[in-house]
Write a protein that binds this ligand. Sequence first.
Ligand code: DX5
Ligand code: ZN
Length: 219
Amino acid sequence: ALHAQIGPSILNADLAALASECDRLIGDGADYLHLDVMDGHFVPPITFGHFMVQSLRKTIPKSRCWFDMHMMVENPDRFVKDMADAGADQFVFHVEATSNVEQTIRKVREAGMKVGIAVKPNTPVEVVVPYVEHVDLILIMTVEPGAGGQKFMNAMMPKVQTLRRQFKELDIEVDGGVSLDTIHHCAEAGANLIVSGTAVVKSENPRNAMDSMRDAVTK
Ligand code: DX5
Ligand code: ZN
């Protein structure tokens, strides 16, 4: 059986105190950290790049927690080497953002990171099926990328189900609007990597929030 893991998104955390925010989330039981990189092109906002990741690694070594980079950027190839050197563990790029998916996969692998492909809400899941055998995970977006705190799109669950039916061992990640109110949809559809931003970071008790969500996806 696949291991269910909870990766808080730090997008809505206090970015000026990111190291201590991450430290607190790990202490509260985060299985990994989901780091949202936005370039002002693929999505309108800008967040941070590899220099931030490099700095975070000074307080959070690889042995303590793995970093899941959600690359909401055009031409993700440009950032592969910098992110690997900065200490990223997993590089998830958008299928909509690269003109050569196979080449991007190859570059990420050569850089020594795990590789994943993300799918925006309007992109059919069939687009990524041919690449599944060559990646570590598929990320099904359950909101339009660009901001935290949006409403979970239940209509994306058939994409998760389609993948799960065909690929029993694939890691399937969901991201956007996932909370204790919506996680059962993700669990039933077959997702096992669960990103949750505001529902964890803005919670009064992030540990309880993450524990309850993990229980909900652990069969
Ligand atoms: C959206 C980001 C998400 C987001 C999740 O563009 O990719 O990771 O921060 O935040 P919530 O859980 O609040 O939707
Ligand atoms: Zn994300």
